[in-house]
Design a protein. Structure first.
Length: 94
């Protein structure tokens, strides 16, 4: 699995349960890639879309983790933390 650094910028507030939109900047070996993450949180469960692909995950305290499987069956996983500065963590790409 390949690993990239994940940095997100919140485009709204971060309430415990609300629809959210994030602009993610992923550094893949020196190349910046931008993605848009839309999700809803209910009781710690995260469900949404990352550039149109369905994502599922969890938010617990300041920790966030989510994954998706693309149309070709490849799994992408993201994990990190959320604070006042944004989302920071790692992304594993196939």
């Amino acid at each position: 699995m390949r690993t990239a650094i994940l940095i997100g910028f919140l485009l709204g507030a971060l309430p415990a349960q609300a629809e959210q939109t994030w602009l993610l900047q992923v550094d893949r070996w020196g190349t910046q890639t931008a993605m848009t993450l839309h999700f809803d949180v209910q009781d710690g469960q995260l469900i949404g879309r990352l550039d149109g692909e369905r994502v599922q995950g969890r938010i617990s305290g300041n920790r966030i983790a989510f994954s998706l499987t693309d149309q070709d069956g490849k799994r992408y996983a993201y994990q990190g933390s959320v604070d006042a500065q944004g989302m920071h963590g790692r992304a594993d790409f196939p």
